[in-house]
Design a protein around this ligand. Structure first.
Ligand SMILES: Nc1nc2c(c(=O)[nH]1)N[C@H]1C(S)=C(S)[C@@H](COP(=O)(O)OP(=O)(O)OC[C@H]3O[C@@H](n4cnc5c(=O)[nH]c(N)nc54)[C@H](O)[C@@H]3O)O[C@H]1N2
Ligand SMILES: Nc1nc2c(c(=O)[nH]1)N[C@H]1C(S)=C(S)[C@@H](COP(=O)(O)OP(=O)(O)OC[C@H]3O[C@@H](n4cnc5c(=O)[nH]c(N)nc54)[C@H](O)[C@@H]3O)O[C@H]1N2
Ligand code: SF4
Ligand SMILES: [Mo]
Length: 898
């Protein structure tokens, strides 16, 4: 069969890297992935997630047919059902009793149709998106400052800047290709000064000249302090402020009232005063300063204010809207920005029109030829699920999100869906924590199968293109939404034949009456007439289309008077709600190799090798005080919710603070979900939840027994205290544990025994030591070891799955004696080439390697996607510290300000 080769865009983060995807074999879905050298965002490079996409495009676990009530059905029937449910719920309970919850992972075309269905046809704004949890604070901050949600900078400002400040952003892991651009810029110009502002010492700090590990939640004081410092040290650009801004005096006054001196800032933010002074002076001395901010800023009780506090400093000093100087909000999802364009949030309209403006509503109703648009905003994500819980919303349609995992107080979300009369879910995966609650399941096309566009953090629109055949009966999200729209009487409003037609309409709306009181900087002039063939060929381009590189290059922003606003903001004292019962502050975030709820990255054994189980980072001194060792199981509690995680001792944490990744789900682990522990308190302006500062209790469980089970096929998770499923190259592994008083090992084992198989055993009951191997026709199908053996031993055991074992090999397996090959290999650091920690240490010692590049030459580690380079550098530092016999500690990150 012939090869299909297409230029497309990565479906993961908001960097929006271009990919050349080739399908070599339709039936086997054999695919190869390469970075697109022509794409301006990545110029050919891909990070680890992007470069391992080929491992995630198989059909395993896919939802391929519509299902109603657990039974496969026809599209006709499923769509009729959805339409009937929406119509009858509205007829009986009113428009606000139905809701859509959508996602920044939808393509712009899908997103546009979803929004049109609700705001244009259903006549309400009861639609919100997971971007509420992600970008809504940044959106609100931009609107306050600029009068429109316009991200005013570009990626190539990185190369032009003399200082880069990363605020609450772990770009090394979350925006890796941008991080590598910063790193490369710094290698070319070592004087490029990099500051990281994050309570944790993250992998991003690897390139930092200065890391400010501030007290969580205290960013506003840091920025207000900077504003006061600018004022006192001649750093305010009064000319700029007079010509282009409003609000300087009031904002300064507010800042002065709050933080008088650097000593105040240092105390409030729990930072070294010398480091704060050094940062402030650098800021004054560096006109070309670029700040990048992400979830450490957005996901906060004061996320909007944090954004404005930062923008205030840039405005006051005239460091904005210029090449190399400004503020760039990093978008998370591949189409977070597209969602902002089409107005996916419950308080927005399409094409940067505003729900609260009568004229905007009227314009949109005119363009869509629909009934007047409702002026009432819908429920924001957290409220939306609370309304489901209370019964006010009686039918919900979830598209492209997994809220039972990702929303705060996630157990309540699950309980709300369990009670909701009608739950409709569109997903490409059959079994997720959310699809488990669905009455109707609609199979969506996945990446590689769908066609459309996405917009990245720098407003660059790129095409996602189909290069795989459509599997089963899966359909494009825009098609599913349009079919429901037609059934609800939307007729001509949803008469779409392809994605190009929708894009054309979206582009046409962006230029429709785009002048005077309804002028928007967002416009796609030049694309409004794009024909199908041109859409097929469309190359990446930034909006506003056909305009200067910086949308506010004339410093004339979207407020009616053209002036940007400085917004007086005050640090709230009460972010930290720790009390005697909940004395730990829980921070949550992302891992290098996983994407959100792991429905796709969790399919790749290579990506799972970096971190195999849910964990919590804790400072070694805190751990020591509690008697916790590395890898011990600990339980975190908040109210009735709890999670059980492996402890990881980490000096990257501040004392009293914990960090846990967001990725594990109920499908993959019994108790590794972190969402239930996260409080649902939100920023009052944006409604964005504060996902970084929950208060929890920590307990050390009394573990009665532990075991590991490897098997050729996935097995259901047993109802034990702790159970996590891990995908391996050759099969699956489960890490299992039970507490005293729970199921005994013997009882559990009894339930597990697979009678048709041959079983060999070795036990030392007195020592709680057990080994089992199950074979079918002499071939290993499963192996059990209690207590937990090392990962290396299990890797070795799993490498025997499917192999025929002779007597000698069986003995060695039960004893876990690998023979020559295996020794403890440590963690897999480089996933691209499968290089483990011990191999790296051996190579560093043998070759006296002294740079990441040298490690790359010797072992290949880090030489492909580069995602592990921070970890290689960390390893190198540890080894060098050992080499210089104790006296000299590793390089201190807090460099002397002098
Ligand atoms: N590998 C990977 N990459 C991803 C994703 C993924 O799932 N996996 N998801 C994508 C998405 S949707 C998003 S939104 C982005 C998120 O990208 P990031 O925002 O970079 O990621 P997070 O890990 O959520 O949080 C960033 C940092 O904020 C810090 N922080 C916590 N509290 C505070 C505070 O009070 N002040 C400051 N200054 N910092 C604080 C945390 O310690 C954390 O290191 O990543 C995108 N990229
Ligand atoms: N505690 C805590 N919670 C957080 C965060 C945090 O930092 N801390 N971060 C928040 C942020 S920033 C985000 S963005 C959210 C992300 O949270 P979610 O949106 O819940 O995460 P995903 O796993 O990306 O969910 C996407 C779902 O859509 C499916 N899907 C993929 N492609 C398609 C498609 O084309 N069509 C359809 N219909 N379905 C598709 C996937 O299989 C998956 O089930 O999590 C938020 N939750
Ligand atoms: S940085 Fe990585 S995850 Fe993000 S778009 Fe590029 S390849 Fe994809
Ligand atoms: Mo996000």
């Amino acid at each position: 069969m012939s090869e299909v080769r297409r230029a497309t865009t990565c479906p993961y983060c908001g960097v929006g890297c271009g990919i050349i995807a080739t399908c070599h074999d339709d039936a086997a879905r054999r695919v190869s992935i390469a970075g697109d050298p022509q794409h301006p965002a990545n110029q050919g490079r891909l990070c680890i997630k992007g470069s391992h996409l080929a491992e995630t495009v198989g059909l395993e676990g896919r939802l391929l047919h519509p299902m109603v009530g657990g039974l496969r059905t026809s599209w006709e029937h499923a769509l009729d059902q959805v339409a009937t449910i929406l119509a009858s719920t509205i007829a009986t309970y009113g428009r606000d009793a139905v809701a859509l919850y959508v996602s920044g992972q939808l393509l712009t075309e899908d997103y546009y149709v979803a929004n049109k269905l609700v705001k244009g046809l259903l006549g309400c704004a009861q639609i919100d998106t997971n971007s509420r949890l992600c970008m809504s604070s940044a959106v609100a901050a931009h609107k306050r400052a600029f009068g429109e949600d316009v991200v005013p900078q570009n990626y190539d400002d990185i190369e032009a800047a003399d200082m880069i400040v990363l605020v609450g952003a772990n770009a090394a892991w979350c925006h890796p290709i941008l991080y590598q651009r910063i790193k490369a810029a710094k290698e070319r110009r070592p004087e490029l000064y990099v500051v990281v502002i994050d309570p944790r010492r993250t992998a991003t700090c690897e390139i930092a000249d200065l890391h400010l590990p501030l007290r969580p939640g205290s960013d506003i004081s840091l920025w207000n302090g900077l504003l006061v410092y600018l004022d006192e040290h001649g750093g305010i650009d009064h000319d700029y402020c007079a010509r282009h801004t409003q609000g300087l005096e009031a904002t300064l006054q507010q800042a002065r009232d709050e933080v008088g001196a650097i000593a105040d800032v240092a105390r409030i933010c729990d930072l070294d005063a010398g480091h704060v002074a050094a940062f402030y002076q650098r800021f004054i001395d560096t006109p070309l300063t670029l700040s990048l901010f992400s979830q450490g800023s957005n996901q906060s009780l004061q996320g909007v204010d944090k954004g404005n506090a930062l923008i205030n400093c840039h405005l006051a000093s005239g460091r904005l809207h210029r090449r190399g100087a400004g503020v760039l909000s990093l978008t998370g999802q591949p189409n977070a920005m597209g969602g902002r364009e089409v107005g996916g949030l419950a308080n927005q309209l399409a094409a940067h029109l505003e729900l609260e403006h009568a004229e905007h509503r009227q314009l949109l109703a005119e363009f869509w030829r629909c009934a007047p648009i409702s002026a009432y905003p819908g429920d924001k994500a957290v409220d939306l699920f609370a309304a489901i819980a209370s019964g006010r919303i009686r039918a919900v349609w979830i598209i492209g999100s997994n809220p039972v995992v990702s929303l705060p107080e996630a157990d309540r979300v699950g309980a709300a869906l369990a009670r909701c009369p009608h739950v409709i879910v569109s997903d490409c995966i059959a079994d997720t924590d959310t699809t488990r609650h669905a009455h109707i399941l609609l199979p969506a096309l996945a990446w590689g199968e769908k066609d459309g566009s996405v917009t990245n953090s720098e407003r660059r629109i790129s095409r996602q293109r189909r290069f795989l055949p459509v599997p089963g009966e899966a359909r494009a999200d825009w098609w599913i939404l349009s079919e429901v729209g037609r059934r609800l009487g939307g007729g001509s409003m949803f008469d779409y034949q392809n994605a190009a037609q929708i894009f054309r309409e979206h582009a046409a709306l962006s230029v429709y009456r785009n002048a005077g009181a309804t002028r928007r900087r967002f416009h796609l002039a030049g694309l409004a007439q794009i024909d199908d063939a041109a859409y097929e060929q469309m190359t990446p381009q930034q909006w506003p289309v056909d305009a200067p590189a910086h949308p506010y290059a004339d410093h004339h922003v979207s407020h009616a008077d053209g002036r940007a606003r400085l917004i007086p903001v005050r640090q709230a004292p009460d972010h930290d709600r720790r009390d005697a019962k909940h004395p730990w502050l829980l921070n949550t975030g992302r891992l290098r190799d996983q994407w959100h709820t792991m429905t796709r990255t969790g399919l790749s054994a290579t990506l799972l090798a970096h971190t195999q189980e849910p964990y919590v980072d804790i400072h070694p001194d805190d751990a020591q005080a509690l008697g916790i060792k590395d890898d011990d199981l600990v339980a975190l509690h908040r109210q009735e919710a709890h999670s059980v995680l492996r402890a990881r001792l980490s000096t990257q944490q501040r004392r009293g603070e914990l960090f846990a990744p967001i990725h594990w789900t109920g499908v993959l682990s019994r108790s590794g979900r972190i969402g239930p522990l996260v409080h649902a308190r939100c920023d009052p302006l944006s409604g964005q939840p504060d996902s970084k500062m929950s208060c929890v209790a920590l307990q050390i469980p009394d573990i009665a027994w532990q075991a590991s089970l490897v098997s050729a096929a996935a097995l259901p998770l047993p109802p034990l205290y702790y159970a996590t499923q891990i995908r391996l190259g050759q099969g699956f592994r489960q890490a299992l544990a039970e507490v005293a008083g729970g199921m005994s090992f013997a009882d559990w084992l009894h339930g597990l025994t697979l009678p048709t198989l041959e079983m060999i055993t070795a036990d030392d009951a007195a020592a709680n030591w057990h080994r089992r191997a199950w074979l079918e026709q002499g071939r290993l199908v499963a192996f059990l070891a209690a207590p937990w053996p090392s990962t290396a031993d299990l890797d070795w055991a799993s490498s025997l799955l499917g192999q025929r074992l002779d007597g000698q090999q069986r003995k060695r397996l039960l004893a876990l004696q690998a023979g020559t090959a295996s020794s403890a290999r440590g963690r897999r650091i480089c996933s691209c080439f499968g290089v483990h920690e011990q191999t790296l240490i051996a190579a560093i010692r043998a070759g006296r390697l002294d740079s990441v590049a040298a490690i790359g030459q010797a072992t290949r580690a880090g030489s492909n996607c580069g995602s592990c380079q921070s970890e290689l550098a960390e390893l190198l530092r540890r080894e060098q510290a050992l080499r210089t016999t104790a006296v000299q500690p590793g390089r201190a990150l807090h460099q002397d300000p002098s």
